[in-house]
Design a protein around this ligand. Structure first.
Ligand code: ASP
Length: 355
């Protein structure tokens, strides 16, 4: 490795399971191994991730073509509960559910954080009584999707649409799908995640899925203040200099500065940040010539990324958005497998009981 590309730190060693440790059952799966909840990608088996990506790929259509629709989830009710603002993710979940024939309710819940846990469960129990089958939950507080998943009836599923700074599993899947469409051989890829990694749930879910798919090298590129704790992101190389982190990268994933998760004092000066960490065409030229550029959005143009790059030929940012609906259809279809047809029996004229 030349001095120019040497990382600022060596990859962190990874924790190894104790030799006598028994494998614990994956709590997101049903006893038969099918997906029930999607809260994190951290522990999902690679084959399940690949099946979700394959299914999502089959649901992607070129721009301008009509989107696929089906009645697979007819009779299923999906509730979107978002306590943090969202445009793309909420609309994407809503379209995904509707295109599979589900009924959808959207709730923007504003709750004080002191009573949030309890109030959220009251809302959940009310919606369960109204026959909601799938809860899609975004919350700024850690632990809320997991708490709901532990509290609902066995036939109900919970999908995280963003949990604090910790997890955004469907974003991780759509990012993996976007990379796989252009660069299917993960083992030979150098992936650079650039920006506010410390506060980013997108970076954490991307890390989990890229690791599961065997990415050759994952680099974290961030100012010291936005570097995650040393115990996190095991196996990644760390760079505080953008030029080093971008050198010969195949994938450049830019991250938004998560102002809402910072104190006023730690907010960066926009011009200074762009001068050191903004992705310009000149800096992108340090990556491989066919490198792709990603951003989960919303983008701060002129702070994290120059418009020329965001709208340029190497950008796959719109593909990410398009893939988001396909991924969410695949996940909804997986957690509801068989439920749509069962629910269809309950339509007028059918039996009235629900299992
Ligand atoms: N939309 C993504 C999220 O919910 C990315 C971002 O907001 O920066 O985390």
């Amino acid at each position: 490795m030349s001095a120019d590309t040497r990382p600022d730190t060596q990859p962190q060693p990874e924790a190894q399971p104790r030799p006598d440790a028994q494998p614990r059952p994956e709590p997101q799966l049903r006893p038969d191994g099918t997906l029930r909840h999607l809260l994190t990608l951290e522990s999902l088996p690679r084959d399940l991730i690949e099946r979700l990506l394959d299914r999502a790929e089959s649901l992607v259509r070129p721009a301008g073509a009509p989107p696929p629709t089906s009645t697979e989830l007819e009779g299923v009710t999906v509730a979107n509960l978002f306590t943090e603002p969202s445009t793309r993710t909420r609309v994407s979940f809503e379209l995904a559910a509707k295109r599979l024939g589900a009924q959808v309710v959207n709730l923007e819940v504003q709750l004080s954080s002191r009573v949030k846990g309890e109030s959220m469960l009251d809302t959940i129990y009310t919606l369960e009584a109204l026959y909601v089958d799938v809860f899609v939950i975004r919350d700024a507080e850690a632990g809320v999707p997991g708490l709901v998943a532990e509290s609902v009836h066995p036939h109900v599923s919970v999908l995280s649409a963003g949990e604090a700074h910790l997890a955004h599993p469907t974003q991780g899947l759509l990012d993996a799908l976007t990379v796989r469409q252009r660069k299917p051989h993960f083992g030979s890829l150098a992936i650079a995640m650039v920006g506010d990694v410390r506060h980013s749930r997108v970076a954490r879910s991307a890390y989990h899925v890229f690791r599961a798919l065997g990415a050759g090298e994952i680099r974290i590129v961030a100012p010291p203040a936005y570097m995650p704790e040393a115990a996190e992101f095991g196996g990644c190389t760390r760079h505080t200099t953008l030029a080093k982190g971008l050198k010969d990268a195949d994938v450049v994933m830019m991250l938004r500065i998560q102002k809402e998760r910072m104190s006023q004092a730690s907010l960066p000066d926009a011009d200074r940040y762009f001068a050191k960490y903004g992705l310009t065409p000149e800096r992108l030229a340090l990556a491989k010539p066919d490198a792709i550029v990603m951003h989960p959005q919303p983008m701060n143009r002129g702070i994290e990324i120059a418009s020329d790059v965001a709208d340029g030929p190497q950008s796959v940012i719109r593909d990410q958005v398009r893939n988001g609906v396909a991924v969410r259809m695949a996940v909804l279809s997986a957690v509801c497998a068989g439920r749509g047809s069962r629910a269809a029996v309950d339509r007028p004229g059918g039996g009235l009981t629900r299992s």
